[in-house]
Design a protein. Structure first.
Length: 205
């Protein structure tokens, strides 16, 4: 049964945030709110967590995982960012965008696209996530909480608690989130290619 933590969306309680981080360190899989719907997340080194995300979402090994970062400096340690991409991504973050870029050697191969050696990265504009990432001190391995047969991410923690009670370990409730997923931009070939139109305005690229 998943633990349900009701966190204030603007002034998250440090005690509850620490419980989330402690659970992540114990290899928990969490459902948490972002600026573009709920997401599933675990530590990068949590192999079982990665496999559980794939099972819940009904995806195969070719799925592009996202590494959710607290800031641009953390993002830059995970992916190669050329000058053109640097300026554009810097101006769009934090925000509801996911960028697909060539992964650095430090990123485990199991998290990359098997052929392209790319990975998704993003910096969400959501107080609760940023506080969790600050406490955790490392990125979250993440994927939008879009269930099989659906096109939009889940938006309310209590609904996720009811539906995925025995499939996740922690549900972080922090009020309703937007229903649109991130806008996904593939920058791995040196130019922006729109992969998914979502909450972020793609015209800026």
């Amino acid at each position: 049964m998943a633990r349900y933590l009701d966190v204030h969306p603007d002034n998250p309680q440090p005690r509850l945030l620490q419980q989330v981080v402690d659970a992540l360190h114990e290899d928990a899989l969490i459902a948490y709110p972002t600026d573009s719907g709920y997401a599933l997340g675990c530590r990068i080194g949590n192999r079982d967590g990665r496999d559980r995300i794939l099972r819940i979402r009904g995806l195969d090994d070719r799925h592009h995982f996202t590494l959710v970062c607290r800031d641009f400096s953390q993002l830059g340690q995970l992916v190669h960012v050329d000058n053109a991409a640097f300026r554009a991504i810097r101006s769009a973050t934090p925000g509801p965008y996911t960028f697909i870029l060539p992964a650095m050697p430090e990123v485990p191969r199991r998290l990359m696209h098997p052929k392209k050696r790319t990975v998704g990265v993003r910096i969400p504009d959501h107080v609760v996530v940023r506080e969790i990432l600050d406490l955790l001190g490392e990125p979250l391995l993440s994927s939008s909480l879009i269930l099989p047969g659906e096109t939009e991410p889940r938006t309310m923690g209590w609904e996720i608690k009811e539906e995925l009670d025995h499939q996740v370990d922690v549900v972080v409730e922090a009020g309703e989130t937007p229903a649109q997923p991130t806008t996904v931009v593939d920058w791995s070939e040196g130019y922006p290619e729109l992969i998914r139109r979502g909450a972020g305005d793609p015209d800026r690229f």
